[in-house]
Design a protein around this ligand. Structure first.
Ligand code: TLP
Length: 345
């Protein structure tokens, strides 16, 4: 199978498996796993933040951040396509007790401006409004086709949010893709953010895990919430060992995924009935609309599957994601399969 459903599908490399087998471990709930501690130190250093915490998933990292930054009854501002709002099964309402104010970006790109955010802020009401307690950003923005928010835009939004007393959390599940695409560092891209969650198990290719970075105070509190949520993992160094390799080695090859995504996108855009805005393809995600083919995304994905190609369909759209285990020599097979499946023959 050529699996393009997500970059979460990669299998750990031989090097990762060896490092996992040989990892020096301890009980991480006591803070005594040297490999977890090393991953956390490296992560904090890479993002120029004070501290870091290894968590089982991106969802847990995001939800801990939402909980620690807010009080029950607060409102959180978020771009309407963000993962925290759409794909975390209502967790913020249950865990943090916050309501969500989804915001559309004025230009439709998904990349918010301060005007978009400011018009959604509510800080002065007691009786009619909820209090804005948090601004959540996402970079790259998955549902917008992996688009990148520039370091300047992110720093500006965070600085202005801070002036209004609002903390900022960044869901950086694919922040290394953003850094590679914009030729900058993850530390620059997340400069003024109070916390960042990044995934080891997406483009970076580790089998499990995410890391939350922020101030000492934020991470200390996050550790308590990780335990409450059942995320205290004992000899987690076997997982962190793969994470360290992912962090050290994978960012330098992400440009290959971006090139493959672009080549796929250019080919798919030529298929009759497909609507694909090539400007949205900045990293490893390609999203396109199939309504014009006269076939549903489910029909197309099912035909593709019969040809050994897996893609995700939702509504009238299909998403494909390139990754470590997808190689350029398969591009033609995917494009041929896509052409036939979209034509329904
Ligand atoms: N995204 C998955 C699906 O849940 C949609 C994917 O295949 O893309 N933030 C962002 C931006 C994400 O894309 C994801 C996962 C997460 C957070 C959650 O990470 P996990 O799956 O580790 O909880």
């Amino acid at each position: 199978m050529i699996d393009l459903r997500s970059d979460t599908v990669t299998k750990p490399s031989d090097g990762m498996r060896r490092a996992m087998a040989e990892a020096v471990v301890g009980d991480d709930v006591y803070g005594e796993d040297p490999t977890v501690n090393l991953l956390q130190e490296r992560s904090a250093e890479t993002f120029s933040k004070e501290a870091a915490l290894f968590v089982p998933s991106g969802t847990m990292g995001n939800q801990i951040a939402v909980k620690v930054h807010t009080r029950p009854g607060d409102e959180m501002i978020i771009e309407e396509r963000c993962h925290i709002f759409n794909y975390e099964v209502g967790a913020s309402a249950i865990i943090a007790g916050v309501t969500i104010r989804p915001v559309k970006s004025g230009d439709g790109s998904g990349i918010l401006t301060w005007d978009d955010v400011e018009s959604a802020i509510s800080t002065d009401g007691i009786y009619d409004h909820t209090q804005t307690g948090l601004l959540c950003l996402e970079n790259t923005l998955n549902l917008a086709g992996g688009r990148v928010m520039s370091a300047e835009r992110c720093a500006e939004l965070a600085e202005k949010a801070h002036e209004r007393g609002i903390p900022v959390h960044l869901d950086g599940a694919r922040i290394f893709n953003a850094a590679v695409a914009s030729s900058t560092t993850v530390s620059e891209l997340t400069k003024n953010c109070d916390s960042v969650q990044f995934c080891l198990s997406k483009g970076l290719g580790a089998p499990v895990g995410s890391v939350l970075v922020g101030s000492h105070e934020f991470i200390n509190e996050s550790r308590v919430w990780r335990k409450r949520l059942g995320g205290g993992m004992r000899q987690a160094g076997v997982l962190a060992a793969a994470g360290i390799i992912a962090l050290d080695e994978s960012p330098k090859r992400l440009h290959e995924d971006h090139t493959n995504a672009r080549t796929l996108a250019e080919g798919i855009a030529e298929i009759p009935g497909i609507a694909l805005d090539l400007r949205t393809v900045e990293t490893n995600i390609v999203i396109f609309d199939v309504a014009g083919t006269g076939r549903t995304s489910a029909e197309i994905c099912s035909d593709l599957k019969e040809k050994g190609i897996l893609a995700s369909g939702f509504g009238t759209r299909i998403r494909i994601v390139t990754h470590l285990d997808f190689h350029a020599d398969k591009i033609q097979t995917v494009l041929d399969g896509m052409r036939v499946s979209c034509a329904g023959s």
